[in-house]
Design a protein around this ligand. Sequence first.
Ligand code: ADP
Length: 600
Amino acid sequence: MSVVEETSSDSTTYRIHRVMADAWSHTALKDSLQVVADGVVEVVGFGVAAVSVLHDTGELEVVALSGDDGARDELLGTFSPLSGLLEELTVAEHWGPRLRFVPHERLSQNVSTIGWVPDYEPVDDPDAWHPMDLLIALITDDAGEIRGSMSVDLPDDGMRPGPERRRQLETYAEQAARAIVSAVERARLGERVRLADTARKVVREAAGELSSGPLLDAARQAVVDGFDIQGLWLRTFDDEDDERQRANREGTPIPAAMLEMGDRIARACWEHQRALMVSTRREDWLLSPEEHQRICDFLLAVHVTSILVVPLGAGQECLGVLALARDDTDPDWSDAEIAAALEIGQDLGRALLTARLFERERKLVDELQQLDAYKSRLIATVSHELKTPLSTVIGHVELLDTDDELSSRGQASVQAIGRGAHRLHNLVNSLLMLAKVGDPHNVIEPVLVDIGRALKEVAQLLEMQADDRDVTFDLVTPQDAVVAHGDPYELDQLVTNLASNAVKYSGDGGRVELGVEEGPAAGTLTMWVSDEGLGISESDQQQLFAEFFRSTNPQALAQPGTGLGLTIVARIVERHHGRIEVDSELGVGTTFRVTLPLAP
Ligand code: ADP
């Protein structure tokens, strides 16, 4: 969990400008201000009343005017700087909270504030209205910021207004202020809904991100920008200890008890699919008065007046919590904002779940790959170390085997040692071969390999073995050479392993066919080894190429073997961008078919 205190001042300023522009352009506001101006003219009794609103450029625009037509033509829609007006008002008499009066004799020479001077003769009275008199009400919002002004001229009775009319003017100015403030508020709420909607879209787009770190960062930024908030707490529930520490290091430290309460609230919120608004001004559905107080005390300490707690989750599971924080000047959260925030919690929850699953899978694959690499290294090292002493053993056994002085018992022992040593030697060779063809760093340096010839050579090599069992080889090769592009030693090993299995698992007097042809697809060749032997059960076929797999069939198990031959075959095929298929029926026979790319 971390606390973000990000609000860019540029974007905030821009946002306020947009809100004001929205508020002022609203015809409803102009209508309300026109009603105010009409009231001043008709009820209070002035020849002209003008209401202006303040733009972010610092200029006042006259947006409503009542009374004199000449004044309307000249003034409506015009702009004048607020600074000029404020300068004139430095010498003003304060007639009320809003009302300011500058008698003409105090006014500076270059009066341009209203820009219109009526053609009017003052009556003969010390309190008579002078055409250059300035009477204006400043329209301010709740925070005391100037939002506009209301100016009047040409009193019906020709006199400067007395207490009663001043009071009436104050009332109208207040009405204008209310209209302006509520227009700003409306525009601001509209803006917020728009922003929350944008945040929702950003989070939805970020949901394609498959790492939870960047996903949460993107979502965090979108929420801070979109909801126009002072701070954001974002907490996920997977690595709680870690998260807690992070929360304590960055930003505002959050007491453990508060975190626990937050977790509980998030889970309850997820269950009810609701958000929880906690503010010093109100109580909410989920909290006891004590809990509410504890949260409010904490919020007060971190200068936050209201938070919106939104659960993150997917399906049944609550995965975390978002708490959006606003300070004192902000009004409460609108329904549209709450709905958008809840949707973000759902979108983000789903995305988080996917990202986590993906990360877990990636980690698992990494670990398995490391394990696999370790295993391969171990096998290669051990096999290598075994090879030299084994060769010595075999050499000495062969030497002893020719020794005539050895007793018959001694000879039998030497032959047993020899058989054992040869089996070990085969195993070591297979392991070394497996390490070699399983090593992705060991790349093939391909040459042209005539597969028909390889089949023939292997048949010759296995002739003795085949003769022992009365097995015959049939070679099916076309006239023209069928040539693959690959490692000759590996392709030879591939054929040898398949063919020796065919012999090994054939009954006496069986027939083994070795064949090759071009096709079936253009640019490919198919090589096959088929026998009429034991066959392989359906369930064994599923695991045939796994390391160290040996059949469950006792007849097959009776044959010596390591369970590595077909694994090596499969790796070699893969390294040559080929495919291998097996077609077998128990008691009928087996065909292995290998498809490889034809040499270009
Ligand atoms: P090995 O032959 O050393 O046991 P392999 O990896 O070559 O190991 O073969 C794995 C298993 O597949 C063998 O134990 C055997 O049961 C079965 N198998 C392989 N080739 C054949 C075949 N041509 N006919 C019947 N079973 C076979």
